[in-house]
Design a binder for this molecule. Structure first.
Ligand SMILES: [Zn+2]
Length: 447
């Protein structure tokens, strides 16, 4: 598939592996991966294709729902590969798997990477799986080059990221991040009433390790973008800055129903007129906060919704999104003030409430910088990007400095059997991951 020839470029030239990656580095250069080291793109691709055979669908996708027999097979394959790569494998009580490659100083907290192996019912071969197997490929490359990191490196598989069989999504990384209780997660049930706890027991992945509660030096998640931006911008690497915040509002405007004929224009209390001004205002606030803002009125109910009655009551929803909490707060403030002004002007009663607030996640600067540096070192075209979707990294970021690496996927399509990514882009993302992990695992002096 036109991949880089693997074996020839796996060895570190010049100073040799020990001098390059040894923990007792004398300067910054010594903490880095030698510039000519590449992960083995063919091996990564082959592993992805091997994993994709488990739960393969007719249309070329994957169906490997969390904690099914197929999920167990996928987990077993991953665990076997990790043991073959010399890792010790730990499973925690919610079934998260951690494959650990020792460092020079194993008292140091590990640098962690990973994602999920479960898929949607009509999922693709890359969503989640890429992040897991890219982590494994990093370990294999470190082995090939006899590289020793100062801190240990761990590859994580988070249970039930998709939330397809058991809601909510990202529940096990959520327990790790302190967002959900363990008992809550274990008691999540599928449509047949089988709980996560029972199913973990059944497939043999109810581990003994406590969930979380241990220090993690850094967490990196490589993932396909699941959106169209990188492809459109012709960039190979998305340096993910964070995940956007969301605020939802419900607005009710109450005026007075009246006959459309005898009621003079200047005497009306038209709730729909107020609502239409709100729609304009929401759009204006979105445009005013570009490039990152999204602002939508997606639902409206007009009462009584009769052609010859002046609308007396309108209910509408507002969806605001922005990666910066302060900007998001400013947008909300402007909206509320505008709503009051509009209501006053038309003589309407306003009921304005916020019903949901999911704060933005801003990834750790030192981890984002490590991703950017990795892309630069590789000479790869990259851009800063904000994740529109949730990932395990969102919850892990509560307890560890975190960043993500995005690679393009074909037409931005994901959660679909036709989901696709090129071997070259996947390899490039993994090369960046190798550099980011190595940099943080050797950065103990800065901690
Ligand atoms: Zn995913």
């Amino acid at each position: 598939m036109g991949l880089r020839p693997p074996a020839a470029c796996l060895r570190i030239d010049g100073r040799g592996a020990d001098a390059t990656l040894a923990g007792l580095h004398r300067n910054e250069e010594d903490a880095k991966v030698a510039t000519n080291v590449r992960i083995n793109g063919q091996r990564l691709w082959d592993s992805l294709m091997e994993m994709a055979k488990i739960g393969a669908t007719e249309k070329g996708g994957n169906c490997r729902l969390a904690l099914t027999d197929l999920d167990r097979q996928g987990r077993d394959l991953f665990v076997r590969w990790c043991r073959e790569a010399g890792c010790t494998v730990t499973v925690d009580r919610i079934g998260n798997i951690f494959a650990r490659r020792p460092g020079k100083d194993n008292s140091l907290p590990p640098v962690m990477t990973g994602s999920h192996l479960d898929t949607q019912p009509t999922g693709g071969k890359f969503d989640g799986v890429y992040g897991v197997l890219a982590g494994l490929e990093v370990v294999r490359t470190l082995n090939d080059t006899n590289s020793e990191t100062l801190a240990p490196v761990e590859v994580a598989v988070w249970t039930n990221e998709e939330g397809s069989r058991f809601a909510p999504a990202m529940v096990a990384s959520g327990v790790f991040g302190g967002v959900f209780d363990l008992d809550y997660a274990l008691s999540r049930a599928d449509v047949d009433g089988k709980t996560m706890g029972e199913e973990l027991q059944r497939i043999g992945y109810a581990g003994e390790a406590e969930v979380g509660g241990r220090p993690v030096a850094a967490f990196f998640e490589a993932h396909i973008e699941q959106g169209p931006i990188l492809e459109a911008e012709r960039k190979t690497i998305g340096v993910v800055q964070g995940v956007q915040g969301i605020r939802w509002f419900e607005v009710t405007l109450i005026g007075q129903e009246a006959h459309a004929g005898p009621t003079p224009m200047r005497r009306r209390k038209d709730a729909l007129l107020g609502a239409s001004r709100m729609v304009q205002e929401v759009n204006r606030i979105g445009l005013e906060n570009l490039p990152h803002a999204c602002a939508t009125v997606g639902m409206m109910q007009v009462h009584p919704n009769s052609r010859n009655v002046i609308p007396g009551r309108v209910f509408l929803t507002v969806d605001f999104r922005h990666p910066d909490e302060k900007v998001l707060a400013g947008m909300a403030e402007t909206l509320e003030k505008s709503a009051r002004d509009i209501a006053d002007e038309i003589g309407l009663i306003l009921d304005f409430k916020e019903i949901w607030h999911s704060p933005p996640v801003k990834f750790a600067p030192e981890c984002v910088a490590a991703v950017r540096a990795g892309a630069e070192e590789m000479g790869l075209p990259s851009m800063d990007i904000i994740s529109g979707a949730g990932h395990d990294a969102v919850y892990v970021s509560r307890v560890a400095p975190t960043a993500m690496i995005f690679v393009p996927c074909e037409n931005g399509i994901s959660h679909n059997e036709i989901e696709n990514a090129t071997p070259e882009d996947l390899a490039a993302g993994c090369d960046v991951l190798l550099r980011a992990i190595t940099a943080r695992a050797n950065a103990v002096a800065q901690r």
